[in-house]
Design a protein around this ligand. Structure first.
Ligand SMILES: CC(C)(COP(=O)(O)OP(=O)(O)OC[C@H]1O[C@@H](n2cnc3c(N)ncnc32)[C@H](O)[C@@H]1OP(=O)(O)O)[C@@H](O)C(=O)NCCC(=O)NCCS
Length: 146
């Protein structure tokens, strides 16, 4: 498994896993514009054929804070350490930019992701009512970087 920067040819993969795993639908042009803002924050995990199997999209909207906007691994490739590789590499990129904090939002029903983030020392800092487009509540989680 290798990590590489996002490319425009990854848009169909990213859009389909966002729909399947995150149950959200965005204009495909969003990915290119967010990727252009902080290219090191948009990581693609690809197999030996360079086929994408997972991604993490982080943004830097607040000074010295990173926010994980989207994070997913293809169902067939989960629990093999790819999410851990994406997350640990993302933290390295954040430290390289001297960021102080990483935040994210997660559906309250998403126990798998909440457990994953807790292992990464994120904690819940806020309840976001009707945060998702289908009305589900979210948690905002955050972790300080040292
Ligand atoms: C959250 C998500 C990205 C994690 O990706 P992943 O590739 O499965 O992550 P990992 O394989 O690194 O770790 C997942 C679990 O498998 C375990 N694991 C990792 N490698 C393993 C291996 N070789 N054998 C057995 N278990 C393993 C990890 O310890 C971890 O357990 P934990 O979460 O109980 O601590 C993935 O579950 C996903 O895409 N979910 C759907 C989308 C989603 O919910 N995204 C988050 C939205 S906020």
């Amino acid at each position: 498994m290798t990590l590489r920067p996002f490319r425009l040819s990854d848009v169909p993969f990213v859009a389909s896993i966002v729909a399947e795993a995150l149950h959200e639908h965005y204009d495909p042009s969003l990915y290119a514009s967010l990727g252009a803002e902080w290219s090191d924050g948009f990581l693609i995990a690809a197999d030996s054929h360079d086929t994408p199997v997972g991604f993490l999209l982080g943004v830097n909207q607040v000074e010295r804070d990173a926010r994980i906007l989207m994070f997913a691994v293809d169902r067939e490739h989960r629990t093999q350490g790819i999410g851990t590789l994406l997350m640990s590499t993302f933290f390295e990129r954040c430290r390289a930019r001297a960021f102080r904090r990483v935040t994210l939002e997660v559906r309250v029903s998403n126990a798998t992701a909440i457990r994953f983030y807790t292992r990464y020392r994120f904690s819940v800092v806020d309840l976001l009512r009707s945060y998702y487009s289908d009305g589900e509540n979210g948690y905002q989680m955050a972790r300080e970087l040292s």
